[in-house]
Design a protein around this ligand. Structure first.
Ligand SMILES: O=c1ccn([C@@H]2O[C@H](COP(=O)(O)O)[C@@H](O)[C@H]2O)c(=O)[nH]1
Length: 242
């Protein structure tokens, strides 16, 4: 398999802790190893349990991706990004469709922070296909819109984007090895897709140039989440070695 050049990290998996109970999230986190994965706190966990749950996961030694997908007027998004930096998270994200001024405001505010998190732009949600985009007035293929949004994120100084693995190779080729590609929409072969529409396996996503793979239910809903993560990590290792 040809490895597309990128800044592949040693631990590409970000486990999405989408739980309604903080006890369930922490029970899983306490079994996981911060040397082998990062964690993602999204809207459900954060809305129920707030910054305290992020701090508790960081105390366990994990780097946390705060996935709140900020999308608002520039002043509001910049302030929210500063709040995320104060929380000490590793990565934070905003919707690129919030526009140039919003992206620049977020970038400028984080540049003033001592330890800024990686600033990542969400392009086209992995649950959307061409028909879904058409229904919200966006003509064309998802990859075309992803690439246009990726270019805007790149020119406004973001550290990378969220896209599906399907767009990773073209964005990597167009925007170079240092632009971080974070891909949800990742499913081990045979796993249920759920609401994801633009999907690849972990090895395929890495081979396409993804840096970080966001994986939730295939790990968190598995009978044995640790074995599921180990198997995915092994498939990633095999891919990176080949
Ligand atoms: O385009 C996007 C952006 C974010 N997500 C988030 O990733 C995880 C995926 O979870 P799975 O259980 O592996 O489907 C979830 O937290 C989403 O909010 C995404 O899926 N697509």
């Amino acid at each position: 398999m040809t490895q597309i050049q990128s800044i592949q990290p040693i631990k590409p998996i970000i486990v999405a802790l989408d739980f309604a109970s903080d006890a369930s999230a922490f029970t899983l986190a306490e079994q996981l190893d911060p040397a082998r994965c990062r964690l993602k706190v999204g809207k459900e966990l954060f809305t129920r349990f707030g910054p305290a749950c992020v701090e508790q996961l960081q105390r366990l030694g994990f780097e946390v991706f705060l996935d709140l997908k900020f999308h608002d007027i520039p002043n509001t998004v910049a302030a929210a990004c500063a709040a995320a930096a104060d929380l000490g998270v590793w990565m934070v994200n905003v919707h690129v469709s919030g526009g140039r001024a919003m992206l620049e405001a977020a970038r400028d505010r984080l540049n003033q922070c001592t330890h800024p998190p990686l600033l990542i732009g969400v392009t086209v949600l992995t649950s959307l296909d061409r028909a879904d985009l058409a229904a919200i007035g966006c003509a064309g293929e998802p990859h075309e819109r992803v690439f246009a949004l990726a270019q805007l994120a790149h020119t406004t100084g973001l550290d990378g984007i969220v896209c599906s693995p399907h767009e990773a190779a073209s964005v990597r080729a167009g925007l170079g090895p240092n632009f971080r590609l974070v891909t949800p929409g990742v499913r081990p072969a045979g796993a249920a897709l759920g609401d994801q529409k633009r999907v690849m396996t972990p090895a395929e996503a890495l081979a396409a140039g993804a840096d970080y793979l966001v994986i939730g239910r295939p790990i968190t809903q598995a009978t044995d989440p640790l074995s599921a993560l180990d198997a995915i990590n092994q498939s990633c290792l095999n891919c990176l070695e080949n």
